[in-house]
Design a protein around this ligand. Structure first.
Ligand SMILES: [Zn+2]
Length: 302
């Protein structure tokens, strides 16, 4: 190489060095990516939907700014249970079981939204012979109260959440009072998790491409979605709150509660790309019309 360089004139040598430097900085395609290779990804065994509450909000325009002012809207709350070999993973833990059968309901933002829980998580798991103590991993999309209401049920589980989310709820209040209330409630409901794994960006949870945390910030600073690969159903994306309604997802509509509008839109665009890449199906957590059509435990996707 050195002998070759000596024979080159200065100009050519400069070009060779410049190209070598550029090539050294360009990572190999896909290097370091935690996203699965669609052709070789393994599969999880089963995906169950659990009813984790339902809610009524009195002003839909919080979720569709400028539209539906003063109109009420109903949302579903959904948790998911994944069987992977001998392990059980729960995705989001829903409205607190203390709200079960309480006619007054429970709220994250009193004055805006009221949640009801018709069936406890514990009772639903029991229907398929699973005890909360069997659950080895809990992953949460984000820390809003309706997604983390039952963290204490799973003492044996490792909690998977984004480091950015954990840092955010422990940071000083911002300008939006509703958001500040949600942060305070998040600190209370999360408590001090015994087995906490803070994640930076995407994560291949089982190391085999079957279950992947996908970073989709914007609704909150450390929001994430979940990409699940199944044998018959193919790839399914569990939204978290990357969008609340199909219409919002289609039209890039960002709720006023979201912490970052530009990030929210970028995350919806990212999910659209993943849907195209993996020919994936998107299940939108709070879209009641869609959720009502989906299988419910003990039925499952496989
Ligand atoms: Zn949320």
């Amino acid at each position: 190489m050195l002998a070759m360089m000596r024979q080159m004139n200065g100009a050519v040598l400069l070009v060779v060095v410049a190209v070598a430097l550029v090539m050294a900085r360009v990572p190999r395609a896909g290097a370091g990516s935690q996203l699965p290779d669609a052709a070789t990804a393994r599969t999880a065994d089963k995906l169950f939907r659990l009813d984790c509450g339902r809610s009524l909000a009195n002003d839909a325009s919080v979720w569709t700014p400028g539209q539906n002012v003063g109109r009420s809207v109903e949302f579903s709350s959904t948790c998911w249970l994944i069987k992977h070999g001998g392990e059980w993973l729960v995705w989001d833990t829903g409205v607190p079981e203390a709200a079960h059968d309480d006619p007054k309901g429970w709220s994250t933002l009193p004055g805006l939204i009221v949640y009801h829980l018709d069936k406890t998580l514990t009772d639903q798991l029991a229907e398929i012979g699973v005890a909360p103590s069997d659950v080895t991993r809990v992953a949460i999309s984000h820390t809003h109260g309706d997604h983390i209401g039952n963290m204490g049920l799973f003492p044996n589980a490792t909690l998977l959440m984004q480091r950015a989310e954990y840092g955010w709820i422990n940071s000083p209040d911002g300008p939006n009072d509703n958001v500040n209330q949600l942060m305070a409630l998040a600190r209370k409901l999360l408590g001090r998790p015994r087995n906490l794994r803070l994640v930076d960006g995407d994560l291949d949870v089982f190391g085999d491409g079957s279950v992947t945390l996908v970073s989709t910030p914007g609704h909150t600073p450390g929001h994430q979605s979940l990409l699940v690969h199944l044998n018959k159903s193919g790839f399914i994306i569990l939204s978290g709150d990357v969008a609340h309604l199909e219409e919002n997802f289609r039209n890039d509509i960002v709720p006023s509660l979201n912490t970052d509008r530009a990030e929210s839109i970028a995350s919806m665009e990212r999910i659209k790309q993943l849907i195209a890449t993996y020919n994936a199906t998107l299940f939108i957590n709070h879209d009641k019309a869609q959720s009502d059509q989906l299988k419910l435990l003990p039925a499952f996707y496989d």
